[in-house]
Each structure stands twice: as C-alpha cells, then as structure tokens.
Design a protein around this ligand. Structure first.
Ligand code: C5P
Length: 239
C-alpha cells in the first residue's frame, strides 16, 4: 500500500451495516482505514464492529467520549477490547479524563495481550466557531483553544488529535514530537462540492501542512464511482 493510500480514512456516514459493508468491500484495498461514527455505532452496534475488525479491516471508531474520567476510562477499555485501530475522546473533557483513559487502556491491553488502539483527542469541532465558543464561556480565539487542547492531549499521553486542516500547521509548530498524529476532516479534493464544510483544504495541502491522516466522506461515498473518486484523490496527492 502506498504512502498516500495509508493516509486516507473513509468516513462511513451511512445508516446501515449493509451499506457500510458494501463500501468496505469496494474500497478496502484502496484506502488505509474506515471511520465509523455515532450514527452507525448506534444503529449497528458492537456485533457489527467486531465483524468488521475480525475481517481484518482497520477501524477508527469516532466515539467522541466526554464524561467523568472513570466512565470514559471504562468505556475506552471496552473499545480496546473490540480491537479497533483508533478511537477518540473530547480533549475538552480535561487532563484527568484523558490521562485516566490512557492509563486504563494501557493496562487492559497489557493484561489481555491486546494491541493498544491509538487514542486521539478531539480539539474544537469544525462546526464550532468563535460564537459557539463564546456561548459556552470560552473567550479564547478558536486557534488558541485548539493549540491549548492539543498541548493538553499530548501532556495526557494521547497519540494525537483531530483538528481542522486550517489548524494543522499551528499544532505542528506547538508540538515538537513528530510521532504526534494529526487527523483532519474537512477535506475536499478539487472535483468535490464543499457540502456543509466551511473551511476546507485539499488532501495534498492538508498532508503538506503536516496532517498524517485525512478523513473523507461524501466526496467518496456520494461519487458515481467511489473507487474512481479515491483514485482521483490519490493522483492529486501524488502530483
Ligand atoms: O464532509 P465529509 O463527508 O467528508 O465528512 C467526513 C467527516 O468529517 C464526518 O464523518 C465528520 O466526522 C466530519 N465533519 C466535520 N465537519 C463537518 C462535517 C463533517 O468535521 N462540517
């Protein structure tokens, strides 16, 4: 698998397991991994997740946990037992929540001989802007809040963060560890519509700015031929 392929995570934002499985079958040799979010987790549940993982598919479970530290830590142990490659928690849940989660996941993985999933912190959702932050009492600029949460995630031992492509450079400038992963949604190849994404970047720009992994949904799943869409994205990235 080429370097560019490994960077692509397809967002399976579909309502049923059948639909998701069709996309996985078509694209599994073309991309690095698949993301399952709250809709499909809720609709299809853990039996579906287990089935996909047991079939050898790399899965990013977009759990976005945010609760008291012990609850998130325990839920995360169960996620680790599912055998997924990566999952995420909200960095705004705080240092203690993140650190306890890392500790609990490390312990369960070493005890049960499991591969530790990557744990990624959600910084500021791409749907949030200055006004959204102000409403919940955060007066910092979005970028400063992203930097703050990325630094806190690293301090708590997380493997990386999710952030908008606009914020990748500032995260790379603030965090010297080159292993720290930055995962970005809000990616639009040249041929795709922006949909509801406001601050987009092309796959090539995002990776040049330092994103390790790019999450792409509608430009692939809603294309007439998803496989051709992936190939067009890869050729844009290789240019
Ligand atoms: O927009 P696209 O279909 O490529 O979305 C892929 C992923 O990006 C979604 O699963 C969602 O997690 C995230 N997203 C986002 N901001 C939006 C819309 C989607 O971060 N406004």
């Amino acid at each position: 698998m080429s370097e560019a392929k490994n960077r692509i995570i397809v967002a399976l934002d579909v309502p049923t397991a059948d639909e998701a499985l069709r996309h996985i079958d078509e694209l599994r040799n073309e991309v690095g991994a698949f993301k399952i979010g709250l809709q499909l987790i809720t609709a299809a549940g853990t039996p579906f997740i287990r089935e996909v993982v047991e079939d050898g598919v790399k899965l990013f479970l977009d759990t976005k946990f945010h609760d008291i530290p012990t609850t998130v830590a325990k839920a995360s142990m169960e996620v680790a037992r599912l055998g997924v490659w990566m999952f995420n928690i909200h960095a705004s849940g705080g240092f203690e929540m993140m650190a306890q989660t890392v500790d609990a996941v490390r312990k369960v993985c070493s005890r049960d001989n499991l591969t530790k999933p990557k744990i990624i912190g959600v910084t500021v959702l791409t749907s949030s802007d200055q006004e959204t932050l102000r409403q919940i009492g955060i007066v910092r600029e979005v970028k400063d809040q992203v930097r703050n949460l990325a630094l806190l995630s690293e301090k708590a031992g997380l493997d990386g963060v999710v952030a908008s492509p606009q914020e990748v450079s500032l995260i790379r400038e603030s965090i010297s560890n080159p292993e720290f992963m930055v995962v970005t949604p809000g990616i639009r190849p040249s041929f795709a519509a922006a949909d509801d994404q406001k601050r987009t970047m092309s796959p090539k720009e995002a990776t040049q700015n330092g994103a390790n992994l790019i999450v792409i949904g509608r430009p692939i799943l809603q294309a007439d031929s998803p496989i051709e869409a992936v190939r067009a994205i890869l050729s844009e990235m290789d240019k």
